[in-house]
Every structure is written in structure tokens, then in C-alpha cells.
Design a protein around this ligand. Sequence first.
Ligand SMILES: Nc1ncnc2c1ncn2[C@@H]1O[C@H](COP(=O)(O)OP(=O)(O)OP(=O)(O)O)[C@@H](O)[C@H]1O
Ligand SMILES: [Mg+2]
Length: 309
Amino acid sequence: MRNAFFLGKGGVGKTTSSAAFALAEARAGKRVLIASLDPAHNLGDVLGKRLKDKPLRVEENLDALEIRLSAWVDRYLKDSRDEMKETYSYAGALNLDSFFDIMKYSPGTEEYAVLWAIEHIHCELSPDYDLVVYDTPPTALSLRFLAMPAISNMWITELAKLRERILQRRQIVTKINPESPVASSCVDKDDDKVYGRLGSIKRRLALLQKLFSEESFVAVVINPDSLSVSEALRIKEELERIDIPFSAICVNKRGLSKAPWQLDAELAEIPAFYFDFKPEGLHERDDLMRLDTQDLVAAFDAAASEGIR
Ligand SMILES: Nc1ncnc2c1ncn2[C@@H]1O[C@H](COP(=O)(O)OP(=O)(O)OP(=O)(O)O)[C@@H](O)[C@H]1O
Ligand SMILES: [Mg+2]
């Protein structure tokens, strides 16, 4: 296991906790990449370094990047357009440009863009590091992109079956009437471009599903208040549904409020780690080291070395 995701409600301290964790691991000698997936980035501010969409050195052992979601959306749309043109000969007759203008604002587009950004980080960048830490956007978008591989896989499986049926019908028609115009089109799924494309998307999504469900440590950040706990419960339910582990709870800003507070019984079995509220604020990178991430680092390292969830 070489990946850690920090999820949670807006403002609870995902960026702070993920950066503190990444810094502690880096200062303990691991080669760490921290990547912000949040379109409203502030990871650079927290680390005291202006970041780009490719890894930049923050300090020894620690590199960071902020993905440019708009660029990944554009790349995703361009790839989809190129694939359509290549795969469907009749696509030239359609007005693809207006179709893709609409797609830019369609549900799901941002989620796919985040997924392909993670795929890039995982496949191209992560081999240079011991671990990759992901700072995520607030819950709603994060749960949607985490669920995307499982949901899309169901769709693609059904589409592949449909495509197989189309090819079988073509075979039948060709046998009955070798003169049929269908005879000139593809009848074998091994040669069929559409079937091949579906297979390649399925493989890419399966790799991401495996990354999320088997190779990631997922920490949910909360504050000692009932709203963020309710959100953590919703996240727990969702993660169970999509078969992604809930590895740790980070209770950040402990002591901020004097109101009595206690962790919900449903979260009791999940390992919890506490970071105190720092009334003087966190202004510089070194301030992050004042959050007590030692036990969290030990838990991650143990999970990483055992390769267990
Ligand atoms: N333990 C702490 N003590 C004091 N201040 C903290 C602590 N943790 C976070 N903060 C402050 O709380 C604010 C929100 O933190 P942060 O940006 O890490 O949250 P976030 O969950 O990433 O927010 P967003 O959902 O907007 O991405 C920041 O001003 C940060 O400095
Ligand atoms: Mg943040």
C-alpha cells in the first residue's frame, strides 16, 4: 500500500492533516509526493510553496503538485472526441464539436477528469516515490470520483454485452446473405474497434478500482462536532457500498470547543487519531510538525508493510 487519501467535510482540515502527514513521512526518510485533487487549491499555501500541475520539490523527500482540473477536463474531452472519430466512421457526419461543448458541463465529466489525473499520478509519477498522499475536494465530489470505477464498470459490462449481440446478429445476416452491406463491416469481436475500446476502458477502470480498494489507506478527517461526524457516517456508508476501506479517523482541532463531544458508536471500531487545535494558528510548513501525526504515520507504515487494509 503506497497511497493515502484524506477525505472529509469542507474546512475540517483535510489539506492541513494530509500535508502534516506527508511532511512527517518525508522527514522520516520516505520519498513522498502529495497531490491536491481539490479544484480550489490551497495546498501550496499550507506548504509555503507555489505549486504547479507537475511535481515540484518542496523540501528534501517531499514533492507536491496541484492538479489543473480544467486541463484534465479538456484532455478527457479531446481524447473522447479523437476516439469517436477513429472508432465510428460515420462520426464525421455528426456535429461532434457541439456535442462535446455540452459534455463539458455534463454530470460525470469532472469525476472522470479527476480519475484520469489519478491514473496519471499512479502510473507515471508514483514509481519515483515511496508513497503518494492525496488531498481531496470536499466529500460530494470525492465520493463521486471514488465510486466512478465501480459504477462505470457495470455500464461498460452491459455495453460490451450489447456490442457482442450486435456482432452476432451481423454474423447471422452475413451467413444468410453474403451480399448484404453488413458483410463488409466487422463481425468478430477480436477485430471490432468498439469492442476493443470498451475492453481498454474497462481495464483502466479496474486498475483504479484496485488502487482505491486494495492499495489505499483512506483517512476521514472530522472535527469534534456533530456535523462533521454525521458526514463521516455518510462517508462510511458510501465507502462500504463501493468496497473501499475506511482505514482511519483523524479528529482534527481537538479542544476547539468546550462542548461535550464523543465519537459515534458506529465509528468506534475504526482507529482514531487526534490532532489538537492550535489557537496560535498554522502559518508555516514547520508549524505542521506541531500536529501529532506520529501514531497515524505508524498506522500507515504498519498497513503499508503488511499490505493489509
Ligand atoms: N489543528 C488545527 N489547529 C488550528 N487551525 C487549524 C487546524 N487544522 C486546520 N486548521 C485551520 O483550519 C482552516 C481549514 O483547514 P484546511 O484548509 O486544512 O481544511 P480543508 O478540509 O482542507 O478545507 P477545504 O474543504 O476548503 O479544502 C485553515 O485555516 C487551517 O489553518
Ligand atoms: Mg483543502
